[in-house]
Design a binder for this molecule. Structure first.
Ligand SMILES: C[S@@+](CC[C@H](N)C(=O)[O-])C[C@H]1O[C@@H](n2cnc3c(N)ncnc32)[C@H](O)[C@@H]1O
Length: 218
C-alpha cells in the first residue's frame, strides 16, 4: 500500500470508537434521513458487496430489503462497531482490502455499495480500483457510491493539493494525534469520467452535504 492509503487505514482504526460523531452534526441531519430512506429500494432483492463499511452507518438501510449483504472493511476496529448493531439477517461481515479484494475468493455480486470511500481513493488509483470492483460484479449489477460534498461551514478545511490533484485535510483525533488524510471532492463530470467502459446510466444526486452516484454495469 502507498503511504497515503496506509495512513488512511491507520487513521480510521484509531478513530473507530467515536467515528459516528460525524453523523450527529446538526446541519447534516436532513440529508442523512433522506439518503438513508433512499437506500433500501436501490438494493432490494440483490446480493450486495459493501466496500469499507466502517462502523456500518449505512449498512442497516442498504441491507434492509437485500437478498444478501456482505459488509467488508480492512479494519477489525471499525467492523467491531458495525457487528454490534442490530442488522438485517442478510448481513455478513468479512475483512477485505478494497484495493485487492483478494479475500473474496471467487465471489461475485449483483450490486455494490461504498459510503464515504471514493473520496479517500487517490485519483490516480480510482480507475484501477473501479476495475477491481467491477470485476466482482455481474452484468446488470447496480453500483451506488455516496460521499461528502465540500461545505465551507461544515467540512474540515483543505490543507494542500498534490501534483495529481488530490486534496488533503489535517485532522486531529481525541488523543491529540494529527493525521494528514487524503479527501477528494469530485464534480459529477470528474466522477463519471472515471467509471470505465462497463458503466451505463450514471446518475448523480446532489444533497447539501453529500452526493450519491449510481450506475449500472453492462
Ligand atoms: C470514511 S470511512 C467510511 C465508513 C463507512 N462506509 C461510512 O460511510 O460511514 C472509511 C473506511 O475505510 C476503511 N478502510 C481504509 N482502508 C481500507 C482498505 N484498504 N480496504 C478496505 N477498507 C479500508 C476504514 O477502516 C474506514 O472504515
Amino acid at each position: 500500500m502507498t503511504d497515503v492509503v496506509e495512513n488512511m487505514a491507520v487513521y480510521y482504526a484509531q478513530r473507530a470508537a467515536y467515528y459516528e460523531r460525524v453523523y450527529f452534526k446538526p446541519e447534516r441531519q436532513t440529508d442523512l434521513r433522506a439518503m438513508e430512506a433512499s437506500l433500501p429500494a436501490l438494493f432490494a432483492g440483490r446480493r450486495v458487496l459493501e466496500i469499507a463499511c466502517g462502523t456500518g452507518w449505512w449498512t442497516p438501510h442498504g441491507a434492509r430489503d437485500a437478498a444478501a449483504w456482505l459488509a467488508t472493511d480492512l479494519n477489525p476496529e471499525t467492523m467491531a462497531v458495525a457487528r454490534a448493531k442490530a442488522l438485517p439477517a442478510s448481513v455478513r461481515f468479512a475483512t477485505v482490502d478494497a484495493y485487492t479484494m483478494a479475500e473474496l475468493g471467487g465471489g461475485t455480486f449483483d450490486a455494490a455499495f461504498a459510503g464515504c470511500w471514493w473520496s479517500h481513493v487517490p485519483l490516480q488509483r480510482l480507475p484501477a480500483w473501479l476495475a477491481t470492483l467491477h470485476a466482482r460484479l455481474e452484468p446488470g449489477a447496480r453500483v451506488v457510491m455516496l460521499d461528502n460534498s465540500f461545505v465551507q461551514t461544515s467540512s474540515t478545511p483543505l490543507s494542500r493539493r498534490d501534483a495529481e490533484g488530490n486534496t488533503f485535510q489535517r485532522r486531529v483525533l481525541d488523543d491529540g494525534s494529527e493525521h494528514e488524510v487524503l479527501k477528494n471532492f469530485p464534480t459529477p463530470e470528474e466522477a463519471f469520467a472515471m467509471l470505465g467502459p462497463r458503466a451505463v446510466n450514471p446518475r448523480w444526486t446532489a444533497y447539501e452535504h453529500y452526493w450519491v452516484l449510481s450506475y449500472s454495469l453492462t
